[in-house]
Each structure stands twice: as C-alpha cells, then as structure tokens.
Design a protein around this ligand. Structure first.
Ligand SMILES: [Zn+2]
Ligand SMILES: [Zn+2]
Length: 120
C-alpha cells in the first residue's frame, strides 16, 4: 500500500458520506499539495480491484465512493444529492433466474430524503 492508497482508503472509512473523487481529492490535497487527481483516480481503481472499496453510480450522476463493502442498499436523494445506506436484511434475491451465478448485488433507490421532504 502506498501512502496515497492508505490516505484514500482511510478517508473513505472515516467519511461514510459516499464522496465523489473530487471531494476526496480536495480533502487530501490540503495535506499533500503535490497530490494529483490522476493519482486519486488510479488509487480508486486499485482499491476497487482489490475489493476494498466500491464505486456506486446512479443515472447520470457522478460516481460516488464507498468504503463499506458489505452488501447494503443506497438511497439517492435528488434534492440534496446525499446518498444514504440502508441494510438489505429483508431484501430477497431474485429467484426467477435459476442457474445464474450472482457476482454483485446493488440496490439503488431514488427519491427525496426525510430532511428534504420536511422542508417541502
Ligand atoms: Zn435530501
Ligand atoms: Zn454505501
């Protein structure tokens, strides 16, 4: 692990806000001014390939980074742009494709979060 990789990984573990690459870059650049955005993109690829983080994306939105790799669902608020985790305890995998081997499982829900709905 290079210092950059550790920095990105630690940031994602400490900030469970599903930040964009840009957000991570701005946060880490404060401590290491020589850091480039290309380095961040490469680091994200490496960490994703290693299964340490995952990249989530919905529709046209910017990719968001997630340090939590245990399966969970994401609720995207279209008003504030926040991404909220929810657990999948009561979610059943599709039973209608017998013989298929599942390798990934994503649940994305779009809508308005409670805080934004209250302001309406
Ligand atoms: Zn919201
Ligand atoms: Zn998440």
């Amino acid at each position: 692990m290079t210092p950059q990789r550790i920095g990105v990984y630690r940031y994602l573990l400490e900030n469970r806000t599903h930040p964009t690459v840009e957000t991570v870059y701005q946060a880490l650049k404060a401590d290491s001014p020589s850091l480039s955005k290309t380095t961040i993109y490469n680091t994200v690829d490496t960490l994703t390939d290693a299964g340490l983080i995952r990249v989530i994306r919905v529709g046209e939105g910017e990719a968001r980074l997630d340090g939590e790799i245990i399966d969970h669902g994401h609720f995207f608020c279209r008003v504030c742009g926040n991404v909220y985790d929810f657990d999948l305890d009561n979610c059943h995998l599709p039973q209608s494709l017998p013989g298929f081997r599942m390798e990934g499982f994503d649940v994305h829900v779009a809508g308005v979060c409670a805080a934004c709905a209250e302001k309406d």
